[in-house]
Ligand binder design. Structure first.
Ligand SMILES: [Zn+2]
Length: 288
């Protein structure tokens, strides 16, 4: 199976679906990441060109750790992505050339204009993938791939967790992935949220800080986890909150005993404009 994960920005992909990616790579599936923007806007000290170069290096490290190919639209600056015909056609060509069985990306209701544009571009591209006279220079696909959305916390309408997957075995790896996005998790995001001064200099201390002040124990309840303070970073809590948020769905999928114990999860919503998630595809894509 071939899987395409699209993000408006680099870390959007690995933070939301790094665990699923790892599972797919272990199963021998080919996973490709595509960031539609080059990351140039994500720093307060470095110039846009310096930030783009640094983000490219960080993404290369993530790609190596996960065993995926990581493509970036290097000419697309952050905060400039628009759902234009030109970008739609560029995306159609890219998707057709790889010809994935599954695409995962953002919903179009999201706080960030680039995320919204990415969501709309994928929805707009979805049907055209099979239309031969659209972008005739690249052969049309025989069928539309399954398309899904990453989890988000936005309302009107709320994110719907159609597929929620156990990521207990992947959580340490996900924390490592966050740790590789140095310019974001230790510099840019702390700056935007006003806790820059909290970030330790020492690498080991930094990694502890990244996990966050709230320590998850076997006694932690879902209510507690959902209410707990992430502090300056709190990636461990963040990953745990998905399981707590969608406990009902986890129990429905894994049964009462296992479903109740899962600590970390990733959740996805089916996009209505993608190909049908048949029983056979569901088994291949999520039957683990
Ligand atoms: Zn983003």
């Amino acid at each position: 199976m071939k899987i395409l994960m699209i993000g408006a920005h680099q870390d959007d992909i690995e933070f939301r679906a790094g665990g699923l990616t790892h599972k797919y790579v272990q199963m021998g599936y080919e996973v490709r990441f595509l960031s539609l923007c080059n990351g140039c806007g994500g720093h307060h000290i470095m110039t846009p060109a310096e930030t783009t170069a640094r983000r490219a290096k960080e993404s290369a490290a993530v790609a190596k750790l996960l065993g995926v190919r990581y493509d970036v639209w290097e000419d697309m600056n952050d905060c400039t992505l628009m759902p234009t015909l030109e970008n739609r056609r560029r995306l159609i060509r890219y998707i057709r050339e790889f010809s994935p069985d599954l695409i995962i990306s953002h919903r179009s209701n999201d706080y960030h204009a680039d995320h919204r544009a990415a969501g709309i571009l994928i929805q707009d591209a979805s049907y055209m993938l099979i239309v031969p006279h659209e972008c005739p220079d690249v052969p049309a696909m025989k069928q539309t791939p399954v398309i899904m959305y990453y989890e988000d916390g936005f309302a009107d309408p709320d994110f719907r967790a159609d597929i929620v997957l156990d990521m207990d075995a992947e959580n340490d790896l996900k924390l490592q992935i966050a740790h590789l996005n140095v310019s974001q998790v230790y510099e840019w995001l702390p700056f935007t949220k006003g806790y820059e001064a909290e970030v330790p200099d020492n690498e080991e201390e930094r990694f502890e800080w990244l996990k966050g002040p709230y320590k998850i124990t076997p006694e932690s309840t879902d209510e507690e986890i959902l209410k707990a303070n992430r502090g300056g970073s709190g990636y461990d809590l963040h990953n745990a909150q998905t399981a707590s948020r969608f406990r009902k769905e986890l129990i429905a999928r894994y049964g009462k005993e296992r479903g109740a114990k899962i600590r970390y999860a990733e959740a996805f919503q089916v996009c209505p404009y993608g190909g049908a998630l048949t029983e056979e595809l569901n088994e291949k894509l999520f039957g683990f």
